[in-house]
Design a protein around this ligand. Structure first.
Ligand code: ZN
Length: 292
């Protein structure tokens, strides 16, 4: 079964993860621009980070047969840093025009500050103007209020709800998102926030339409195989193959296809040759290259 992980920060993961993901059926993924665990203090570090998302990381995924796409944006946490917020926002149009960049994100609220609201609104306006998908992160604290305010801002800006993915939902926020035409993302974590078992219950209750699951794996305690593990949990709960396929592949692909820069024809059976180099660098350390 083909799968797509629509929220994973591969920059912080290993080649072992790429191998395991490919083996489990993941043929494509979406890496949202995010913060790196430690605040950045210069706009130049964002330029290098954005370049690595569309350059080296895209190449690295391809070396394991996985198609890599990204969203570019100023994350809510660093929107609070006046040294970088404005100059990073100014960079965005240039990056959003590039190949492999299929949306604006991740954007949203963290602490629900004025600076976050300003950056969030400006980036939603940009997504609306460019007719591109927007990936919205909902805060981990005071999640319900953050989700309500996010949905209110979506309405205020007037971006089509079809183009909006509200992420990191739980039992409390999903009913709010289901009242709109926005897509609902769920990040499945080891032990906390949302588990495969709870996700299965949500899918039983709300159906599979516009429902999306991801691993949100990053540099913290997380698991890059949570999409295939959710597929297994759905299978064990008696969901049909077509329902499972809809949640782990069709829905996220349909959402990001709206960018016009992602095609399902590019997903699966990708040829790769690990003897290839990117700007002179290889993923190999003397091992025999795999080709497929
Ligand atoms: Zn994330």
């Amino acid at each position: 079964m083909r799968m797509f992980d629509p929220h994973i920060h591969m920059t912080s993961r290993t080649t072992d993860d790429y191998e395991a993901m490919a083996k489990a059926g993941i043929v494509g993924l979406l890496e949202p621009a995010f913060w790196l665990g430690q605040p950045r203090t210069h706009v130049g570090t964002f330029i290098d980070y954005f370049n690595s998302l569309i350059g080296w990381e895209r190449f690295r995924a391809g070396q394991f047969g996985i198609a890599h796409y990204c969203t570019i944006g100023l994350n809510p946490k660093e929107a609070n840093d006046s040294r970088i917020a404005e100059p990073v926002l100014e960079l965005l149009p240039r990056y959003l025009a590039k190949d492999g960049v299929v949306g604006v994100g991740e954007i949203g609220y963290d602490d629900v500050t004025e600076a976050e609201e300003k950056a969030f609104g400006a980036q939603l306006e940009l997504a609306k103007k460019l007719n591109m998908p927007a990936l919205i992160h909902t805060p981990h604290r005071d999640k319900k209020k953050g989700t309500e305010r996010s949905l209110a801002l979506v309405k205020e800006v007037g971006i089509a709800e079809d183009l909006v993915l509200i992420d990191h939902n739980n039992e409390e926020t999903l009913p709010l998102v289901k009242k709109t035409a926005c897509w609902a993302g769920h990040s499945i974590y080891p032990d906390t926030k949302m588990t495969e078992a709870r996700m299965v219950e949500l899918l039983k209750r709300y159906g599979t339409e516009r429902m999306i699951v991801n691993s949100a794996a990053d540099w913290g305690k997380s698991d890059p195989l949570k999409v295939p593990k959710t597929a297994q949990a759905m299978h064990a709960a008696g969901f049909s193959e077509s329902d499972i396929q809809r949640v782990v592949f069709e829905n996220p692909v349909a959402f990001f296809e709206q960018s016009g820069k992602l095609s399902r024809a590019d997903l699966g059976d990708r040829h790769f040759d690990q003897a290839e180099l990117f700007e002179g660098n290889s993923v190999l350390r003397g091992q025999a290259p795999v080709r497929a």
